[in-house]
Design a protein around this ligand. Sequence first.
Ligand code: DQA
Length: 149
Amino acid sequence: MKLIVLHGPNLGRLGQREPGVYGSGTLAQINERLQELGAELDVELECRQSDVEGELVGWIGQAAAEGFSGILINPAAYTHTSVALRDALSGAGIPAVEVHLSNTHAREAFRHNSLTVPVCVGQVLGFGAESYAIGLRGLLSHLRSTQQV
Ligand code: DQA
């Protein structure tokens, strides 16, 4: 089974970007840890990052046709603004789990709402890089319990 991991805008600069909020780890380290966990859980992962909304929309729309069974996504700032990303997730035909490094509810009011989570299976936030690992386990458990894999 193959899952796609999508990282939204500015996440390519993790490590340098506001380390007090997002930690000092890089995106490469997050992906490496996920690949290790994927191997343990017997699932193949493909990780992609884009700062471009339309590119993320395209990847989500193509994911099922590319043979992915589910989507693990940190939509980053687009979480709070993007109807396009929400519509893409809603129409993807495969389940998605949303993750965030920070606890967005403990931050500015404009981060409290997610346009994307209502069309996801669930959301994990506030655990730093570990949010991705927990999210991956959640997505897999959902797929396996609904026998979509
Ligand atoms: C984030 C939270 C968003 O509000 C923010 O725009 C990000 C990162 C997180 O992982 O904590 O870029 O998605």
